[in-house]
Write a protein that binds this ligand. Structure first.
Ligand SMILES: Nc1ncnc2c1ncn2[C@@H]1O[C@H](COP(=O)(O)OP(=O)(O)OP(=O)(O)O)[C@@H](O)[C@H]1O
Ligand SMILES: [Mg+2]
Length: 390
């Protein structure tokens, strides 16, 4: 309470500074084009390169080389590599669109104003905070530029796994029981049944989800919670472990046209013996490499028609509950009673281009008969339809 009062006082006493942003350029030509069933679009591909993320880190904490406490090696796992960016851009160029590539960093608003595209194809994930994935669509919203994928609110909620799970639970979508812990919290995990999973609350690409995230005892859990809070500079989510089979489901389309692609099953028996049955950072990025891809996926998953329907329906309902737009990948795992539970939603799904890279959205699209280029252009056309562009 005292903390709140002093904060209010500080706000009251702070000198008033109003910064007037420059007006954004009017966009009459876009409005006109929107009515003209445009075929050839000017697309800005917004991305977060690994170099861009390192720069973002350096702006906040100084150069990486001078860092006494360097970030863990998985810290930049969400960055886009040049091959992915070129493949996404190439796919749209092959369909006749003009594509510019923009870094989704602090320079993005100015670059977007300069570029003035018909639409932004967004794959930018940023580095810090719950709003990191929202920055590009928020800027687009502010500047009146259409953007692919979910809006800033949905992206932020899905990124903070605990918020997404609260909404899903409220709407009757099964999720495993959980709790979150911030640096100053007392760690009380009573009421949760072991084993537990300890994960940074707002990350993806298995950043912070290692074999050691799976914990079976109270003191181990406390230790792991503290370690992950300090390493990843954010709260952690502690969830009951779902012991059943795991699937990931690519979903695309909007409204009545929403569609689940064939589910991908994750085959944990392909991982090294004794490893945990989780799709950890080790499994995703170390044991399964492009040079030696593991046969870790089965797509379409061999499941009974009934289970297949339940998995797809859970994924679609999760997307509807969280107001997902255009595309998303939903991670699902069966509980003790074989009920599909949602682990988390990925409204900016990984789209590594080469099949050996084992990226699940492209894999599901391939199983449904779409090449990589067709998949990217389908997402673009779904977004264009939603925005009334083409
Ligand atoms: N509650 C849970 N029960 C069982 N396994 C879990 C649970 N939470 C996470 N896992 C395992 O850890 C993996 C990674 O977790 P999660 O999907 O939350 O991480 P992520 O970094 O968001 O992944 P992504 O690469 O999909 O962005 C899951 O695919 C699953 O195998
Ligand atoms: Mg996941």
């Amino acid at each position: 309470m005292r903390k709140q009062q002093s904060l209010r006082m500080r706000i009251a006493l702070a000198p008033l500074r109003i910064i007037v942003p420059p007006p954004f350029p009017k966009r009459p030509q876009i409005q006109a084009r929107r009515c003209l069933q445009v075929k050839k679009l000017r697309v800005a591909l917004a991305c977060s390169t690994k170099d861009g993320l390192r720069k973002e880190y350096a702006e906040r904490f100084g150069a990486l080389e001078n860092d006494d406490e360097p970030p863990p090696p998985d810290f930049f796992a969400e960055g886009d590599d040049p091959a992915t960016i070129e493949s996404v851009a190439g796919a749209m160029r092959s369909a006749g669109h003009e594509v510019s590539i923009l870094e989704g960093d602090s320079g993005f608003p100015a670059m977007l104003a300069k570029c003035n595209p018909d639409i932004v194809f967004n794959i930018a994930e940023g580095l810090f905070g719950d709003m990191r994935e929202s920055f590009v669509p928020m800027t687009c919203e502010r500047m009146g530029v259409p953007c692919t994928g979910s809006d800033p609110l949905a992206l932020a909620i899905c990124l903070r796994k605990s918020r997404a799970k609260e909404i899903l639970a409220w709407r009757g979508v099964p999720v495993s029981p959980f709790r979150t812990f911030s640096p100053d919290d007392d760690i009380d995990i009573s009421g949760l049944s072991f084993p537990l999973m300890v994960k940074p609350v707002s990350e993806g690409s298995s950043k912070g989800v290692f074999e050691d995230s799976f914990v079976e005892g109270r003191s181990e859990a406390r230790r792991r919670i503290r370690e992950k809070i300090s390493k990843y500079r954010q709260p952690v989510i502690v969830e009951e472990y779902l012991p059943g089979d795991e699937y990931t489901v690519a979903v695309w389309g909007n409204g009545r046209d929403i569609e689940a692609l064939p589910p991908v099953a994750i085959k944990f028996d392909q991982l090294p013996p004794q490893s945990k049955k989780i799709y950890s950072y080790e499994a995703k990025w170390i044991w399964d490499s492009e040079e030696k891809p593991l046969e870790i996926f089965e797509c379409p998953a061999k499941v009974s028609a009934g289970l297949g329907k339940r998995i797809a329906a859970t994924a679609v309902k999760a997307c509807e509950c969280l107001d997902i737009k255009d595309w998303c990948r939903v991670d699902i795992r069966l509980d003790r009673e074989a009920v599909p539970n949602v682990i988390e939603l990925n409204p900016l799904p990984g789209i590594l281009p080469r099949p050996e890279q084992n990226s699940c959205f492209p894999k599901a699209a391939r199983a449904a008969g779409y090449s990589y280029d067709q998949m990217i252009n389908k997402v673009l056309s779904i977004a264009c339809r939603r925005h009334g562009i083409a």
